[in-house]
Every structure is written in structure tokens, then in C-alpha cells.
Design a protein around this ligand. Structure first.
Ligand SMILES: [Zn+2]
Length: 245
């Protein structure tokens, strides 16, 4: 990320924090005292899904790192950044685990149970909004660049556009990719009903990008981009009177 872009994103987050500091406080009267208290609004519940985990490492990078590790590293950073802003997401996993039911023996059984449990967790959450983090691979190692996919629906598309723009500006101004509707072949996204996006942060099959994706600094930059876009969408929604996270 260029320093100027990183500075812009940090300045944006700082501005939101300052604005949020005001917006999240409400003047209430208790007895004769005027006190400031945080607003408990009943908006959306953000769910962060670090793709794969445990026995299911997902795609494997050129140097042998499973995407599940990178997915988790990015999700934990988004969670930390959002924590500064008073947003408490649900993390489908916060460790290197697969969330399959007891009694599953084969890897296939475990993978099926894991994905069913992820769907159940999301569908069991009222007013959910999902951000799923993955890494891409392709047979041609020249392919690179972050790509955002979205479930059908205006809200998913709008968030996907903000995230794609933030990733372009923050990571790679030359990235021409546009948000794309997620294919039906992605089980999780086909079987949930809430707004959702899936972020493929980059290609593990491209040597340059793979080295970046493995670095903690780059993982933080990705998390900053996703977080700033999410906060912007939250701000937009708040301004338009729709539920906010
Ligand atoms: Zn994946």
C-alpha cells in the first residue's frame, strides 16, 4: 500500500472514530442528573467468516501455506479494528479449527458438517450481515488482485462495491476487478438469506502476491481496507435512516 493511501484510510478511520464518539453517545436524564451513555441500537449483526480451518486448509499457497491461516489472520485484524469503533462482530471461528459435529470421520464428512454449521449459525442470527474472507488460486500464475463477490441484493452489492474500491485504492490502484455476483457453486452463499459478501484477498498462485499475503503487514492493510469500507457503509446506512450495525 502506498503510504499516502494508508494515511488516507487511517485518517478516514480516525474521522469515523471521532464522529462515532459523538454519535454513539446520547444525552439521557436519570433523576436530576444528565449523563452520557452509549446507544444500544438494534441494527445488523455482523458475522465474520474466516474461510476453511482445521483439517480443511482450503487452497495452498506456492510456499505451502494454507489459505485458512491467512483468512483467520485477516479476520482477527478486522475484528480488532472494528473493536476500536464499538462494533462487535460474531466470528464463526477465531482459531484454526473446523466446526464439524462430533462423529464425523472422513474429511468429506467433516467439511460437509462444517459448512452446514456455518449456514445454521448465520441463518440463526437475526438481521445478519456476512463478510467471508478467502484467498484465490488459478492455474495461470500471472493472475493477481483482490476480488469481491456478493450475494444478490442491493445491500450486498453496495457493500461489495465499497470494499472493492477500498482494496483497489489501498492495495493496488491498477486492479481493474469489479464486484461480481457470487456463483451458485459456493454452498455457503447459496444457502444463506442475508446480505453477504465474499472477499478473495488475492492469488496464492502469483509469487509476488503470495509473498504479500503471507506478510502480517499486508494482512493488516487488507483488514484496514475492509474495515474502512464497512464503516463507510455503516455511516451511509445511518445517514439514510436504515438499520446500522
Ligand atoms: Zn477458500
Amino acid at each position: 500500500m502506498k503510504k499516502s493511501s494508508l494515511k488516507k484510510i487511517l485518517a478516514f478511520i480516525l474521522a469515523l472514530l471521532l464522529m462515532g464518539g459523538t454519535a454513539f453517545l446520547v444525552c439521557t436524564r436519570r433523576s436530576d442528573q444528565v449523563v452520557w451513555a452509549p446507544i444500544r441500537h438494534s441494527g445488523q449483526q455482523l458475522i465474520l467468516d474466516a474461510g476453511h480451518g482445521g483439517e480443511d486448509g482450503g487452497a495452498v499457497s506456492l510456499t505451502g501455506m494454507p489459505e485458512s491461516n491467512i483468512n483467520l489472520a485477516v479476520v482477527l485484524r478486522i475484528d480488532q479494528l472494528l473493536g476500536f469503533c464499538g462494533v462487535s462482530p460474531i466470528l464463526i471461528r477465531d482459531q484454526d479449527i473446523s466446526i464439524y459435529d462430533e462423529g464425523c470421520d472422513t474429511l468429506r464428512e467433516k467439511k460437509v458438517s462444517d459448512i452446514h454449521n456455518r449456514v445454521a449459525l448465520i441463518e440463526g442470527t437475526e438481521n445478519a450481515l456476512v463478510i467471508s474472507i478467502h484467498q484465490n488460486t488459478f492455474s495461470n500464475s500471472a493472475y493477481h488482485g483482490a476480488q469481491v463477490f456478493y450475494r444478490e441484493g442491493e445491500e450486498s452489492l453496495s457493500l461489495a462495491t465499497l470494499v472493492q474500491d477500498a482494496l483497489r485504492e489501498g492495495l493496488d490502484p491498477g486492479n481493474q476487478r469489479e464486484p461480481t455476483k457470487i456463483p451458485d457453486s459456493v454452498y455457503l452463499m447459496k444457502h444463506i438469506t442475508c446480505p453477504a459478501i465474499l472477499v478473495e484477498c488475492g492469488f496464492l498462485s502469483n509469487p509476488e502476491e503470495e509473498a504479500k499475503l503471507r506478510s502480517e503487514a499486508y494482512q493488516t492493510q487488507i483488514a484496514l481496507c475492509v474495515t474502512s469500507a464497512l464503516l463507510k457503509s455503516k455511516q451511509n446506512a445511518g445517514l439514510s435512516g436504515q438499520p446500522v450495525i
